[in-house]
Design a protein around this ligand. Structure first.
Ligand SMILES: [Zn+2]
Length: 56
């Protein structure tokens, strides 16, 4: 079992357990919450370039 990093807040996410994921450019990203997923969907390039920013 491997954990994924939530690209928005940097938390470790278990891909098996989380219901929050999105596909961007053919890759699956996992999130700790709907909130993080929505932020990513709004501006995916920002988080991929700058890395996780934590919860705001
Ligand atoms: Zn998160």
């Amino acid at each position: 079992m491997s954990l994924e990093i939530d690209p928005v807040c940097g938390m470790k996410v278990d891909p098996v357990k989380t219901a929050h994921k999105t596909i961007y450019k053919g890759r699956v990203y996992y999130f700790c919450s709907k909130h993080c997923r929505e932020l990513f969907d709004k501006n995916p390039e920002y988080y991929l370039k700058h890395g996780p920013v934590g919860h705001v």
